[in-house]
Design a binder for this molecule. Structure first.
Ligand code: URP
Ligand code: ZN
Ligand code: ZN
Length: 471
């Protein structure tokens, strides 16, 4: 492998921004400083630009089966990671769900092999813990998986009858996570409250797409977040709350953190930059916006931003789970499989390509967060929590050369046609952003060069992750 010199830029880490050149050799950063006499096979001029660690998206669902394996998300590990790379994300962590005819362990190994043949950026996999009636001995598999780099396990507090684990099973899982140094993650919505609201809405004929948001109320999210924290505290476990959408739920996390609980919250660009009002009147097309928890009222957004600035929320990931509106021939039924009936709409929205640009535009450019906080939310904290630090998540000598040259002056309009995700719509279609990655390096390889992509399927490596850095 060759060497690259990124010259003239300002290196931004979570703790500081400094003027420095970056010398890369054999996939690693080997020197950082003002290297007037440094030379390399390739020199990239970063004058007037920023050099950031590659984005780490710890929440994606690529070629991900849902609803009893009756359908799947549109992007596979190839198209999804190409899109990630174009948007400046050089690591994704996806999920493994137990397959009906396989153990969780075997499902994990199979999915790891599938992803390894397709991914163009490095990837990790969280294990989703099924309820015990789907696999009696799942705790044995979790023990084995902890030794295979699955240092994060996800528990669903929603979807009773399919994925939801009860509080007893959640407690057992949290205890085991403490023993093995694993970070438990929770999808925190009270599944029973959502199921009841859904039933009442169906009984009263309110099944149009926009009622999905009514069914998934703020209270059901805040209640589950509160309960997850209490349960985790009771066994001395850390807990990571995925896709926090409600300001009330974020406030629960903030209060618990100030009491000393080991809890971290993630939110997503769709909750920060899109609102219920954007889709409430779209009729069937509102299916494009359906995800759980839902995209909430515009008035909710400011509370999430405040939580990102105070530290109540710690990361921004995408929960990228895109489905198409128009039905492609090669995919199982997508968003419009049950027009007018929200309970059957596949849940999930795309965004893996948009995350950095949208948060830069709506967070850094508006002055809500500074660029160091941006790096912390997008790369450093995710790397720490998910066992990738200090190899990833920072620009430093010895770290992987997962690097972005970020042009703060580059004007760009996000469009569906200009995106690399497979979905036929984009939540941010028409959004003008200033600031985007013009060069993307993955372990030193120049993956995106001013929009031109160069990377073979399978070049991304599976990441055997270590224990979380909690402090
Ligand atoms: O609606 C969503 N978020 N779909 C993806 C699966 C999940 O629950 O995270
Ligand atoms: Zn979820
Ligand atoms: Zn998800």
């Amino acid at each position: 492998m060759g060497s690259t010199l990124i010259k003239g830029g300002t290196v931004v880490n979570a703790d500081a921004a400094i003027r420095a050149d970056v010398l890369v050799r054999d996939g690693l950063v080997v020197a950082l400083g003002l290297g007037d006499d440094w030379s390399a096979d390739e020199v990239v001029d970063a004058t007037g630009k920023l050099v950031l660690p590659g984005g780490i998206d710890v929440h994606t669902h690529l070629e991900y089966p849902i609803d009893g394996f009756t359908t799947r998300t549109a992007d596979d590990f190839h198209s999804g990671t190409i899109a990630a790379a174009h948007g400046g994300t050089t690591t994704v962590i996806d999920f493994v769900k137990k397959e009906p005819d396989k153990s969780l362990f075997d499902s994990y190994m199979r999915r790891r092999d599938v992803a390894a043949g397709k991914a163009v950026v490095d990837f990790g996999l969280h294990a989703i813990v099924p309820p015990r009636d789907q696999q009696e001995n799942v705790l044995d598999d979790l023990r084995r998986l902890a030794g295979e780099g699955a240092s994060s396990w996800k528990f669903f507090m929603a979807y009773p009858g399919t994925q939801m684990v009860d509080d007893g099973q959640l407690l057992e899982g949290l205890e085991l996570a403490v023993e093995y140094g694993v970070l438990p993650m929770v999808h925190a919505e009270n599944g029973h409250m959502v199921a009841r609201e859904t039933r009442l809405l169906i009984e009263s004929g309110r099944t149009a797409e926009n009622y999905h948001a009514t069914a998934h109320g703020h209270e059901s999210e805040a209640e589950a977040v509160h309960r997850a924290i209490v349960l985790a505290d009771s066994v001395g476990s850390p807990v990571y709350v995925v896709h926090v959408s409600s300001a009330a739920a974020a406030a629960e996390i903030g209060q618990a953190r100030s009491r000393g609980s080991l809890v971290w919250g993630e939110t997503c660009p769709q909750y920060l930059a899109v609102a219920y009002e954007d889709y409430a009147e779209l009729g069937e097309k509102a299916a494009a916006y359906i995800c759980s928890p839902p995209i909430r009222e515009r008035g909710n957004q400011e509370g999430l931003w405040q939580a990102l600035t105070t530290g109540a929320l710690s990361t921004v990931a995408t929960d990228h789970a895109g489905f198409c509106l128009e039905q492609p021939n090669d995919l199982p039924p997508q968003k419009l499989r049950s027009p007018g009936y929200f309970p059957k709409v596949p849940n999930g929205v795309p965004g893996v390509e948009d995350r950095l640009m949208v948060v830069w535009e709506t967070g850094v450019k508006t002055g809500r967060i500074d660029m160091c906080r941006f790096v912390d939310l997008m790369a450093t904290r995710p790397a720490k929590l998910f066992g990738l630090f200090p190899h990833k998540g920072l620009v430093a000598v010895g770290a992987d050369a997962d690097l972005l040259v970020w042009d703060t002056a580059a004007d760009h309009v996000i469009t569906t046609a200009g995106s690399h995700m497979r979905t036929d719509y984009n939540l941010y279609d028409g959004m003008r952003v200033t600031g985007r990655p013009v060069h993307v390096f993955s372990r030193g390889h120049h993956l995106v060069n001013d929009g031109a992509f160069d990377g073979k399927p399978g070049r991304g490596s599976f990441l055997t992750r270590g224990k979380p850095h909690l402090f």
